[in-house]
Ligand binder design. Structure first.
Ligand code: HEM
Length: 457
């Protein structure tokens, strides 16, 4: 009989901060060490808060699916509200359910299949800039390019809106906002929002700029039945009340922010991984050349690009853009035999789970064959969850995977690429997404094309 109050193992800490200081120094490395030293449910103190890191696949499944009603976004998600307000990502309960139901049709598989031409169009624009850079023998700044291509695709596909003029401004605002959303454990983050501190002023100014962009998007909308804006404007809450302007704004902003930065980060790490592994690049080139023979991909082609998909999946394993997300327990629970008291917090981390040596052999190695069908069947559910799981699973996962595969196929079809020699790229320090740091510079070499066959070499 398992003692339902059994405490999970964890680091011994003294003093008021508990594990907060080593966590703050390098969150990802710290949590990896916790898994290595203490196992798949680890008990820690973060200042006054009791926090468990949960990476055991069955326990993750219980939190996200089987007993998901016992978990809410919780205290660590509060910071997100400073930037995104009360949208799908930050809310819970009935309100979240009604909002998710209202916007879901815009993300249905069939609706998303229609975005293929937008992905191709935005990627062509990117590649023509890359052609110019290659001709001048200059490298391209991958982070900037990836943010642009994903933002333009998202905005055209979901909002029929030309976001290009706002791209440079949004890059800066989004960077500052990410910094704000992530709690670093500093006193200034705990001061009331009405105090005119420089941080609070920056948060407010950024939020005003983001609101302005969203208002412009709404104002410019051609009224199209079934579009995202139309769905939010005609939505009703369970009591029959239409959404307020603020609710619509928060929802649209959430989709803009949650949708493009994540996909851009995934694109950077996928291309980075291809650049670092010549044998992967060669296998990809063979697949893409055989299926596309130099033409642009369509959505229908994606099923015939299985290796491209495996490469994207493996990049999302090693570098999941949303690498860490929290929950609070509303009632007591037992995870992997350990007591989780009501009111305590959990950290779920695809980054740490995806490096669990019990599940993944040689976890640090980049190996797309982990995602062939047979290998996938062997693994426990929720040992891989870059898009979360259960009812709160990412609403944009189909869109992101479609976009990533198409862009990768187009880039590989046209270029060999490598990191500028001497670059040492790692995931960011003030992490909320796995944005690489410093910027990734890629050197491009156009692949030669046979005029007769259209095939590239
Ligand atoms: C590679 C790209 C992406 C990754 C890795 C990713 C990852 C995630 C994860 C892990 C969650 C769950 C967070 C949690 O449960 O606490 C999530 C939720 C969400 N994502 Fe994504 N996402 C990506 C792309 C997108 C796109 C393209 C969109 C929209 C266009 C989007 C919109 C959202 C929204 C609105 C939620 C909240 C869903 C809800 O709770 O109902 N994401 N995403």
């Amino acid at each position: 009989m398992v003692d339902p109050k059994r405490q999970a193992p964890g680091p011994r800490t003294r003093g008021p901060f508990g594990s907060l200081l080593p966590y703050r120094r390098d969150p990802a490395e710290f949590l990896l060490t916790m898994q290595r030293d203490h196992g798949e449910v680890v008990r820690m103190k973060f200042g006054p808060y009791l926090v468990h890191l949960v990476t055991d696949p069955d326990a993750v499944r219980r939190v996200l699916i089987e007993n998901q009603g016992n978990y809410c976004r919780g205290r660590f998600y509060e910071q997100f509200k400073l930037v995104m307000g009360e949208g799908l990502l930050t809310t819970d309960g009935e309100r979240w359910r009604a909002h998710r139901r209202a916007v879901q049709p815009a993300f249905a598989r069939d609706a998303i299949r229609g975005i293929g031409p937008n992905v191709v169009g935005a990627t062509h624009e990117m590649l023509s800039r890359w052609d110019d850079a290659a001709q001048r023998s200059e490298p391209v700044d991958l982070v900037t390019e990836a943010l642009r291509v994903t933002l333009v695709t998202l905005s055209t596909s979901l909002f029929d809106y030309d976001i290009r003029p706002s791209v440079p401004m949004l890059k800066q605002v989004v960077e500052d906002s990410i910094e704000t959303m992530f709690p670093h454990g500093y006193v200034r983050e705990m001061l009331p929002r009405w105090l005119p501190t420089s941080r609070n002023r920056l948060v407010a100014a950024n939020r005003r700029r983001l609101d302005q962009v969203v208002d412009d998007v709404r104002a410019a909308q051609p009224r199209r039945a079934g579009s995202l804006v139309d769905l939010t404007e005609s939505a009703r809450d369970p009591d029959g009340r239409p959404w307020t302007d603020q609710e619509i704004r928060d929802e649209l902003l959430t989709i803009y922010l949650a949708g493009h930065e994540t996909t851009a980060t995934a694109l950077c790490w996928t291309l980075h991984s291809i650049a670092q592994h010549r044998w992967v690049a060669e296998k990809l080139e063979a697949e893409v050349d055989q299926v596309l023979a130099g033409r642009d991909p369509t959505v229908a082609d994606l099923d015939r690009l299985p290796y491209t998909q495996m490469v994207v999946q493996e990049a999302l394993r090693l570098f999941p853009p949303i690498w860490l997300y929290p929950r609070d327990a509303t009632g007591d629970d037992v995870l992997a035999g350990y007591h989780i008291p009501a009111g305590s917090s959990l950290l779920l981390s695809p980054f740490v789970s995806h490096r669990n040596p019990r599940i993944w052999e040689n976890p640090e190695a980049f190996d797309p064959s982990r995602f062939d069908a047979a290998a996938e069947r062997e693994r426990p559910r929720m040992s891989y969850f870059p898009f979360g799981g259960g009812p709160r699973q990412c609403i944009g996962n189909t869109m992101a995977l479609l976009e990533l595969r198409m862009i990768v196929a187009m880039v590989v079809s046209r270029y060999r690429f490598e990191l500028v020699p001497g670059s040492f790229v790692r995931y960011g320090d003030s992490l909320i997404s796995m944005r690489p740091t410093p910027d990734m510079l890629l050197r491009l070499r156009p692949r030669a094309r046979s005029v007769l066959t259209g095939a590239a070499s």
